[in-house]
Design a protein around this ligand. Structure first.
Ligand SMILES: [Zn+2]
Ligand SMILES: [Zn+2]
Length: 158
């Protein structure tokens, strides 16, 4: 963006802000007039059109103003909220890491040895091929992990 474009852009933005603020003020005045009339009128309110005209005026004014101030809002948001987001991620990062490693552990424990499908942590059979994901001890019938070499309940060789 060269200097002239920058200047035109700034003037355009200024125009949007001013037009937006005027629309907000005008819309608000129309809305108030309409509401007052609605509250005080006997029978059909004569200034009902104020509400109808005021609302889009007000909404459009806010849109224009927001667009006009977008750069300022973005700058403000970046300055005000970035540190908060950083702090937050610093605090939740260990939590996420432990969850991730726990999930990885869990997945590792229940990956089907036959087809490689990931099964739920407590799955006993693969939900894709039906292969057993646990070893049943021949001596005491306890369930052991699929790669266990000895029973974790009685020590028998699996
Ligand atoms: Zn399987
Ligand atoms: Zn056993």
């Amino acid at each position: 963006m060269n200097e002239q474009e920058e200047k035109r852009y700034k003037r355009f933005k200024l125009g949007m802000k001013i037009a937006g603020l005027i629309l907000i003020a005008g819309g608000l005045a129309l809305l108030i007039a309409g509401f007052v009339d609605l509250a005080t009128a006997e029978g059909m309110p004569r200034r009902f059109w104020c509400l109808i005209a005021g609302f889009p005026c007000f909404a459009f004014g806010i849109m224009l103003t927001m667009a006009g101030f977008r750069r300022e809002i973005a700058r403000f948001a970046a300055r005000e909220h970035a540190p908060v987001v950083n702090e937050l991620s610093k605090e939740i990062r260990p939590g996420i890491q432990s969850i991730a490693s726990a999930a990885a552990e869990g997945l590792k424990a229940s990956v089907c040895p036959a087809c490689g499908a990931a099964n739920g942590e407590n799955a006993r059979f693969c939900d894709q091929c039906g292969a057993a994901l646990v070893k049943i001890c021949p001596a005491c019938k306890a369930e052991n992990g699929q790669d266990a070499k000895f029973c974790n309940n009685c020590g028998a060789k699996l």
